[in-house]
Design a protein around this ligand. Structure first.
Ligand SMILES: NC(=O)c1ccc[n+]([C@@H]2O[C@H](COP(=O)([O-])OP(=O)(O)OC[C@H]3O[C@@H](n4cnc5c(N)ncnc54)[C@H](O)[C@@H]3O)[C@@H](O)[C@H]2O)c1
Length: 374
């Protein structure tokens, strides 16, 4: 088991990462929170597998848990769903000494964290991520949010959890497509920060000619999955420690997200999984970097070869360049009206690039839509 400390201006907290931890959630949490009422927020899929085990473990440790099950999917990240959770918490009599446990993927974590940040002006919460994406990314760093009809993650806060408990065994029930979407975020850390991680992921590719990356990484005696997740948590921890509120450095985590968000928005958030859109966005950003002469074509090929393993869906029929370009300019990460891209200069290194020529962005979108990039 790994125990990794995350330190931000707001709070320091541990991330527990290991196998078979779902049944000991209660005893782990009891070292950080007094016996109290807990609202456990989960979605239908996750609660089916792990809801009762989580409740049972909390009861054994002296907590009084209540389970609220969401339908699942991005539409749960709404003020309506938050309101349902406030009502449930109020009806259960949860006071300021109560806590919230987010048992699920990034959707559950973002929503439950948002409710924790705002219910009674803030109660403690615990992230129990069950997707690879949530383990390596969304459960760390305290960005909590719901969506608004005009855009994703527009209503939110920086609110750190009291602890994070990642049980890698829960990934055994995660569908392959979701697993690959989480791998995209791992590739992201390799490109933006850690050349060694990038190379390890490349060597995995050559190992996995016969098995899928998921099959290979989930083999019980394969230590790499735990090591990769631990490395990602350390990297994200270091970045949020240096820039909790995304004033500067933390923006490197948005690599792939500018094009990625545009693809998600242009398809009504209904076609790509978030990690898939980010994977496509990373390939597009790498291509843009080559067109701007800041990345060599050989490095672009290496990034694309890794991303191809993730089997992202083909661009949907009918999606056109203008719709994607329009969505790009709605991206909330515009600075003073200019688009800012995180672009790779080599595996393990990126820079911020303001306002590249529009014609190059269009060219990249066209190449992606033609199927030339992935
Ligand atoms: N807060 C942040 O810093 C941050 C960072 C990245 C992404 N995000 C957000 O995360 C969200 C995406 O998260 P996600 O990809 O985890 O999606 P998700 O929470 O929707 O989970 C994906 C699917 O997998 C199912 N599932 C989850 N765990 C399972 C398991 N162990 N076994 C079987 N099924 C399981 C869920 O029911 C769901 O259908 C997006 O809303 C994105 O904006 C937030």
């Amino acid at each position: 088991m790994f125990k990794i400390k995350i330190k931000t201006d707001q709070k320091a907290y541990p991330v527990y990462l290991g196998r078979g931890m779902i049944d000991s959630i209660g005893s782990v949490i009891s070292a950080y929170l007094p016996a109290c009422s807990i609202l456990v927020v989960s979605d239908r899929n996750v609660s089916l597998y792990y809801g009762e085990r989580c409740l049972e473990s909390l009861r054994r440790a002296g907590f009084k848990p209540y389970l609220e099950v969401l339908e699942g999917g991005e539409k749960d990240k709404s003020l309506t769903a938050a309101s349902t959770l406030y009502t449930r918490a109020l009806e259960a009599g949860l006071d300021r000494h109560a806590a919230i446990v987010a048992l699920g993927g990034g959707v559950t974590g973002d929503l439950a964290g948002f409710v924790a940040a705002t219910y009674l002006r803030g109660v403690p919460y615990v992230q129990v991520p069950t997707t690879l994406l949530a383990m390596v990314d969304s459960s760390i760093g305290g960005k909590v949010a719901v969506n608004h009809p005009l855009g994703k993650n527009l209503i939110g806060a920086f609110y750190q959890p009291s602890l994070v408990i990642s049980d890698v065994d829960t990934l055994n029930t995660l569908p392959e497509r979701e697993f690959n979407a989480g791998l995209a975020e791992l590739v992201k850390y390799g490109v933006i920060w850690d050349k060694k991680l990038f190379e390890r992921l490349e060597s995995l590719k050559s190992l996995s000619r016969r098995a899928s990356p998921r099959g290979l990484l989930l083999e019980i005696d394969n230590p790499w999955l735990l090591k990769f997740i631990a490395r990602a948590v350390l990297i994200k921890g270091e970045i949020v420690c240096r820039d909790e509120r995304e004033k500067n450095l933390r923006r490197v985590l948005n690599f792939g997200h500018t094009f990625g968000h545009a693809l998600e928005a242009a398809t009504g958030y209904a076609y790509y999984l978030h990690g898939e859109a980010v994977a496509c966005g990373m390939a597009m950003a790498a291509r843009l970097a080559v067109l701007l002469n800041i990345l060599d074509p050989a490095s672009e090929r290496r990034i694309k070869t890794l991303l191809k393993q993730l089997k992202t869906p083909f661009p949907p029929q009918g999606l056109n360049k203008d719709t994607v370009a329009e969505a790009l300019f709605y991206d909330k990460k515009k600075e003073g009206g200019e688009l800012v891209f995180v672009l790779p200069t080599a595996p393990g290194r990126v820079l911020m690039y303001k306002a590249p020529p529009f014609s190059l962005m269009e060219q990249v979108i066209e190449e992606y839509l033609r199927g030339d990039l992935l």
